[in-house]
Ligand binder design. Structure first.
Ligand code: SF4
Length: 514
């Protein structure tokens, strides 16, 4: 009998290890021959720890399970046959999962993350095998044709980066994965690394084969100890089996992969600061040009993509670019794992094609606010993303449609606030975040953020607000146009969206022109 208990950090934080231990003890006491599989999370966090029992009809889900529930649960499942109060029915029939389009996260929660056999039984390494049968330029063309854009937030076409690195002439090239997932309310990278690590290894190895790189680094934030441990174990297994490392499935090519533990700075999620950090220096942003595709890690041509970008590649190679472009709208092809958090009833990961609306995510999936109060503001795209008011909740979520209303989709993080939120305090938080996390290289960000906090404090004190708001707008304009990197230039997004859409929270009686 196979019983699944997630090993994902979110499930562990909610007691998954204790539930697994209780299952082990109780099963032995009953003489049940169980195989306890520690799978990835299905991404329905309000149900964690989610226990699944394999049956001839499919997996039956129970959640959220506490250690004290295990005895009753086993009685119901294996003795009485009566429906247990935590029984949710067949996992595959759960509406939250059924309504998704899981391409990248298709194996999430289904397989044992560290089983190569399980991975291959679920289409794993099919993309790499196909890549090895193609020429490097044909691989790059597949990625170009798929329209895959960087999922870390910048949305730059991945194929163009790959093509640039492939064409660069150098004895040493690198593949670098940015897994410094620092945006508030985001966790898709972590889930992918903890729940399906071979997928990332496969995507990076395909990039190496396509560009001629022989060395790769995965830069994982230090706050993700489980992801770091899982990736290290997965790399060792994949290399030993010939899917990475030396002699990639006897092609004669090599690709060595290492995990680098990040240093804990938000700015190291900026690609050039990350490169500095991997090189052992302080994480300070580099001026561009030169672009990292030509002069990146240790001054060599480097492909830098985030976890979900690389993780999207295997299915593109395995099923072809046309399969991928069937999902999404316009220039936003494929799917995005949206991450629903904050004041929301059913928070979790929802992989859907671009084009879904925020309203569908908030209500069809999220079930409204956790507090039961009206939702007032939704921050999309991390701490530097805009606050989105209700009038934009029906705009299709794709890069272009969102940009047209001044919002970035970013890494797909969605943080919900109900009507008790004070947007002037949230705007202050954004400025303070920038002041704390600034690398200090350029003045608009280093000094501007500190002055921004002071201006917002004066506004909160009701000190000549119209004048202070004018000053705040001027400051945001300077940060937007004068900052060297996105930390400084995007901090105005939450500040100005709060000011424009919720002027009453800034003591302004009349709506401010947008
Ligand atoms: Fe550093 Fe901020 Fe300038 Fe970026 S905008 S380079 S984080 S000081």
């Amino acid at each position: 009998i196979r019983i699944f208990v997630p090993r994902d950090s979110a499930a562990l934080a909610l007691g998954a290890d204790q539930v697994a231990a209780a299952l082990d003890v109780q099963a032995r006491q009953r003489g049940l021959d169980i195989e306890l599989v520690r799978n990835g999370s299905r991404g329905m966090f309000w149900l964690e720890p989610l226990v699944e029992v394999q049956t001839p009809a499919g997996r039956v889900a129970y959640g959220p399970v506490a250690p004290g529930d295990v005895q009753d649960l086993l009685d119901a499942q294996f003795q009485t046959g009566a429906a247990h109060r935590l029984c949710l029915g067949l996992t595959q029939a759960l509406t939250y999962l059924r309504q998704q389009e899981r391409l990248t996260f298709a194996r999430m929660g289904v397989t044992d993350p560290l089983s190569l056999a399980d991975y291959q039984a679920h289409e794993g390494f099919a993309g790499l095998r196909r890549a090895l049968a193609l020429s490097p330029s044909e691989i790059v063309q597949q990625v170009l044709d798929s329209g895959l854009r960087g999922r870390g937030g910048a949305a730059f076409p991945a194929g163009i980066k790959w093509k640039t690195v492939a064409a660069a002439s150098s004895a040493q090239k690198y593949i670098v994965c940015n897994a410094d997932e620092g945006d508030s309310g985001t966790y898709s990278d972590r889930m992918a690394m903890e729940g399906d690590p071979f997928m990332l290894i496969e995507g990076m190895t395909i990039a190496a084969v396509a560009t001629g790189a022989t060395q790769g680094y995965i830069y994982i934030r230090s706050e993700y100890p489980h992801a770091i441990a899982t990736m290290r174990e997965a790399i060792a297994k994949a290399s030993a089996a010939g899917f990475s490392g030396s002699n990639i499935l006897k092609s004669g090519k090599t690709f060595h992969l290492e995990v680098r533990k990040a240093a804990g700075a938000y700015v190291c999620g900026e690609e050039t600061a990350m490169l500095e950090s991997i090189e052992g220096k302080r994480g300070v942003v580099r001026a561009k040009p030169p672009i990292p595709a030509l002069k990146g890690l240790f001054g060599q041509p480097s492909v830098i993509n985030n976890v979900i970008t690389f993780a999207s590649v295997p299915i593109i190679l395995a099923r072809g670019a046309a399969y991928y472009t069937d999902y999404g709208v316009g220039r936003s092809s494929g799917t995005l794992p949206f991450q629903l958090t904050g004041n929301i009833k059913h928070g979790g990961l929802i992989e859907k094609a671009f084009g879904i609306t925020l309203r569908q995510l908030l209500f069809d999936f999220g079930g409204g606010s956790a507090s039961g109060r009206p939702i007032k503001a939704v921050q999309v795209g991390g701490p530097l993303g805009a606050y989105v008011p209700e009038r934009y909740w029906d705009v299709p979520m794709d890069y272009e449609a969102y940009a047209a209303v001044g919002v970035t989709v970013g890494h797909g993080g969605i943080v919900v606030h109900d009507d008790t939120a004070d947007l002037s305090r949230l705007a202050r938080y954004a400025m303070e975040f920038c002041a704390i996390e600034s690398c200090g290289k350029c003045t608009p960000c280093r000094i501007g953020s500190t002055r921004g906090v002071e201006v917002l404090d004066r506004i909160a004190a009701g000190n000549n607000n119209a004048k202070q708001v004018e000053l705040l707008r001027d400051l945001c304009d300077t940060m937007l146009h004068g900052s060297l990197c996105a930390l400084g230039s995007m901090t105005p997004n939450p500040v100005l969206s709060a000011l424009n859409h919720y002027p009453q929270d800034f003591g302004l009686a009349v709506p401010v022109a947008e």
